[in-house]
Write a protein that binds this ligand. Structure first.
Ligand SMILES: [Zn+2]
Length: 59
């Protein structure tokens, strides 16, 4: 198996990781109730996804 010849120093490893950063999740508004929700997820407040009720929220 291919194998690195030398250990990458902590400095080089950490410099590479400076590009790793958290991205803000994409938020959209629900087309049924207008609440803010995650895109590609069912709405947590009304349970609708793609114009249909996929679950009935509790309380
Ligand atoms: Zn909704």
């Amino acid at each position: 198996m291919a194998h690195p010849k030398r250990k990458i120093s902590k400095s080089r490893r950490d410099k590479r990781r400076t590009h790793y950063k958290a991205t803000a999740s994409t938020l959209t508004t629900c087309s049924n109730c207008g609440e803010i929700k995650l895109s590609h997820r069912a709405c947590p407040s009304c349970g609708y996804y793609s114009g249909k009720s996929v679950f009935v929220p509790e309380s």
